[in-house]
Design a protein around this ligand. Structure first.
Ligand SMILES: O=C(CO)COP(=O)(O)O
Length: 135
């Protein structure tokens, strides 16, 4: 099963809910993990099973980063708010960095997320359960 992490800053949570509602069918075929508040909201609004970790500002981004570092995630959709300063900015930067270290696909805005969704669809159609194949 494709393993996907979902994260949204407060100003992007409504967009994340709408995004996951729109793509509920595809996402239901994936294993979903999220930071705390994002995960609870997605579960509430879509009924999708989501493993909700700690809230981002108290360590949730670091937990997602740990999953990346230990090869337990295939991709991340992180709807970031580029206009609001975040108290846990170092954690966010660390998460983005560890994705690059481990070559994990990361979408940080809605349109990139749609492209990852198209890729997820392709992987599912091909019966692939690991999105990070290079060949
Ligand atoms: O702050 C976040 C990502 O940096 C998101 O955390 P929550 O999903 O707990 O709001």
């Amino acid at each position: 099963m494709l393993k996907i992490a979902l994260v949204a800053h407060d100003e992007k949570k409504a967009e994340m809910i709408e995004f996951t509602q729109t793509h509920k069918y595809l996402l239901s075929q994936c294993q979903l993990t999220a930071t705390g508040t994002t995960g609870k909201l997605i579960s509430q609004h879509t009924g999708l099973p989501v493993t909700a970790l700690l809230s981002g500002p108290i360590g949730g981004d670091q937990q997602i980063g740990s999953l990346v570092a230990t090869q337990q995630l295939d991709m991340i959709i992180f709807l970031r708010d580029p206009l609001t300063a975040q108290a846990h900015e170092p954690d966010i930067a660390a998460l983005l960095r560890v994705c690059d270290v481990h070559n994990i696909p990361l979408a940080t805005n809605r349109q990139s997320a749609e492209i990852l969704i198209a890729y997820i669809k392709l992987c599912l159609e091909r019966g692939e359960n690991n999105a990070n194949r290079t060949s």
